[in-house]
Ligand binder design. Structure first.
Ligand SMILES: Nc1nc2c(ncn2[C@@H]2O[C@H](COP(=O)(O)OP(=O)(O)OP(=O)(O)O)[C@@H](O)[C@H]2O)c(=O)[nH]1
Ligand SMILES: [Mg+2]
Length: 233
C-alpha cells in the first residue's frame, strides 16, 4: 500500500452527534452560521479533500440526510446509546466507511483548514506509512481576540485521520467504557500534523456556546465563492 493516502482512499466524517449542552442542548450541526447550517459549512469544506462523505448525528436524521444529499453523505448514529462522546462518532464513521482511512472533523469549527486532510495524509507519508492515527495540532484563537493574543499549540483530537482497520480496537475500547480520545490513541501508532502557518491562528476556533457562534460569525467574511476566512488573520 502506498504511504501517502490519496483523497480517494479517505472518507470524510462530520461529527454532529454531541449533546450541544453548552448551547442549551440544541443540535449544533443544524445551527445557522451566516444563514446556513454549520453541518453544510463542514461538508462543503471537507468535500474537495476526500473521496466521499458521511455524517454522524444522533438527532434529526432526516434533516441531516436532506442537508447531506448534494454530497451523497449518509447519516449514521452512534452504536452506543447515551452520548458516549466523540469516540463514538469515530466508531460510527469507521463502521460505515468503505475506504482505508477516515478523516473526522467536528461540526462546530467552520474555519478548519481547506488542506486539513492533505496535510494529515502527508504526516502518514512522513512516517513512511508507519502511522495508524494522525491528530491535528494547532492553536485555538477566536477571531475576536486581540491581534496579540497567544495560545499554545495543542492537540485538536476531533480533527484526525484514522486507519479503518482500527475499528475493532475502538469498538472494544468504547464498549469497555473508554471515553478519552488520547487514552485510545496512545495504544496506537499516532503522529501529529501541525497547523501553525501564517493565517492559521483561527482555524480551530470552535463554537461551543451561542455567544461563541455569533462572535465567530461577526468576524468571518460572508460566504461567497471563497472558503470562509476570518476578517483579519
Ligand atoms: N457521535 C458523538 N459525537 C459527539 C458526542 N459528544 C460530542 N461529540 C462531537 O464531538 C465534537 C466536539 O464536541 P463538543 O464541542 O464538546 O460538542 P458537544 O458535545 O455537542 O457540546 P457540549 O455538550 O456542549 O460539550 C462535536 O463535533 C460533537 O458533535 C457523542 O456523544 N457522540
Ligand atoms: Mg467544540
Amino acid at each position: 500500500m502506498p504511504a501517502l493516502p490519496s483523497p480517494q482512499d479517505i472518507t470524510g466524517c462530520v461529527l454532529a452527534g454531541g449533546r450541544g449542552a453548552r448551547m442549551g442542548g440544541v443540535d449544533k450541526g443544524l445551527q445557522l452560521f451566516q444563514g446556513r447550517p454549520l453541518v453544510v459549512h463542514a461538508l462543503e469544506r471537507l468535500a474537495p479533500q476526500v473521496g466521499g462523505l458521511l455524517i454522524n448525528a444522533n438527532r434529526h436524521a432526516d434533516r441531516y440526510a436532506e442537508l447531506g444529499a448534494p454530497w451523497s453523505a449518509a447519516v449514521w448514529p452512534d452504536e452506543e446509546p447515551g452520548y458516549p462522546g466523540p469516540l463514538a462518532g469515530f466508531l460510527s464513521g469507521l463502521t460505515h466507511c468503505r475506504t482505508d482511512w477516515l478523516a473526522c472533523v467536528p461540526c462546530d469549527t467552520p474555519l478548519f483548514p481547506p488542506d486539513l486532510v492533505a496535510r494529515m495524509a502527508q504526516a502518514v507519508e512522513a512516517a513512511r506509512g508507519e502511522a495508524d492515527i494522525v491528530v491535528a495540532h494547532g492553536r485555538e484563537i477566536s477571531p475576536s481576540a486581540p491581534p496579540d493574543a497567544v495560545a499554545e499549540m495543542r492537540a485538536q483530537p476531533v480533527f484526525c485521520l484514522l486507519r479503518a482497520a482500527l475499528r475493532s480496537s475502538l469498538q472494544a475500547f468504547v464498549r469497555d467504557g473508554g471515553r478519552k480520545i488520547d487514552a485510545w490513541t496512545a495504544g496506537h501508532r499516532c503522529v501529529a500534523a501541525r497547523f501553525d502557518r501564517a493565517g492559521e491562528r483561527h482555524v480551530f476556533a470552535n463554537a461551543n456556546t451561542l455567544d461563541e457562534l455569533h462572535d465567530l460569525e461577526r468576524h468571518v467574511r460572508p460566504c461567497g465563492q471563497e472558503p470562509l476566512r476570518p476578517l483579519l488573520d
